[in-house]
Design a protein around this ligand. Structure first.
Ligand code: X1X
Length: 326
């Protein structure tokens, strides 16, 4: 039935774009979450700003709750120019199309929120954007994110000893598995919508995620221990299919770019301030137990050679150095 829905969506997208100028243009978005998640709020802001910046009429058809699949499906849709026109995707979920894009998303890349914000507000990541455009025909129109990823497990993980052999889900980019393997955990790439069941049935013991995802998808029901490794500050590009973007009238293209940048700023502010609040809310409600991770210094040491080797393999050593030097 997902196939049917997607096929329907393909036709609708093609039709409405073909009628640009004559009538309202429909843009279809997709999200894995419900109306309360920060991504959805960012999409709603994007819709409002496009409409504000553009004279014609645009209809936004945002499909929530994974109706159109998960991020790794969205990448294929965007690349092919079918089913969806815009969304937000974790760079590590785009590895299959552009191997260097997960560099902006790798654990321990940013020292703190200030460093993260400085990099995202600069032009440092332009070469990665160009590669994504060239290899996947996906256009980054803004950077949101700002959640802090921790270990989310069905048991407390306090130190390196607890982490050894810990079976955990990571996103499907090789760098993610490499990093957690270097920490001596046992990482496996599993689709996001299979994680809850995989924990429940004991296939894995946890994942790593930011507060917004844990809350929205109720991962705390099967993995209530949050070990505060704070290993990633998320970078979440708002993206549009290049095939969609090129079909839009010029004034709408300009409105989309402006709205993308401004909605991203809104989303970053929202998620970075909400992250700690959501964690506290879940802890106060007895949904999660916050665990201090004692050996974060060791993670920081172990990750550097893995980051260096990945960047070297991609010919992106200079870029990594530029990010570190920001
Ligand atoms: O781990 C994932 O695949 C997801 O985690 C969160 O929900 C978000 O960061 C989302 O973008 C996705 O990466």
């Amino acid at each position: 039935s997902t196939t049917k829905m997607v096929l329907g969506a393909v036709c609708a997208t093609a039709l409405t774009l073909g009628m640009a100028n004559a009538e309202a243009i429909t843009l279809r978005g997709a999200s894995m979450f419900d109306e309360d998640h920060t991504f959805t709020k960012t999409f709603r802001k994007f819709e409002e700003l496009v409409q504000e910046n553009y004279d014609g009429e645009v209809i936004f058809d945002l499909r929530l709750n994974s109706e159109l699949g998960v991020e790794k499906d969205y990448v294929t849709f965007l690349q092919q120019g079918v089913a969806i026109d815009y969304t937000i995707i974790a760079p590590s979920n785009m590895a299959i199309m552009a191997p260097s894009i997960p560099l902006m998303d790798m654990p321990f890349l940013f020292r703190d929120l200030e460093h993260w914000d400085a990099v995202l507000s600069s032009k440092t990541l332009t070469s990665l954007e160009d590669e994504l455009m060239e290899k996947a025909d996906i256009k980054i129109i803004g950077y949101t994110g700002g959640g802090v990823r921790n270990l989310v497990a069905n048991k407390p993980i306090k130190n390196m000893e607890d982490l050894a052999g810990h079976k955990m889900r990571v996103m499907g980019a090789p760098i993610q598995a490499q990093v957690f393997a270097a920490f001596n955990a046992s990482p496996a790439a599993i689709a996001y919508n299979e994680v809850y069941n995989a924990i429940q049935t004991g296939v894995i013991s946890g994942l790593e995620n930011e507060a917004a995802g844990v809350e929205n998808l109720k991962f705390y029901e099967v993995a209530p221990y949050i070990s505060q490794t704070a290993h990633t500050i998320t970078v979440r590009p708002i993206v549009m299919s290049g095939k969609t973007f090129r079909k839009l009238p010029e004034d709408l293209q300009a409105a989309v770019l402006k709205a993308g940048a401004d909605a991203a700023t809104f989303g970053r502010e929202l998620e970075s301030t909400q992250d700690g609040i959501i964690l506290k809310k879940m802890a106060d409600a007895g949904q999660i137990n916050l665990i201090e991770f004692e050996d974060r210094d060791q993670l920081l040491e172990l990750v550097v050679p893995v980051q260096d080797a990945y960047a070297a393999e991609l010919g992106a050593t200079e870029l990594l150095e530029a990010i570190r030097a920001t």
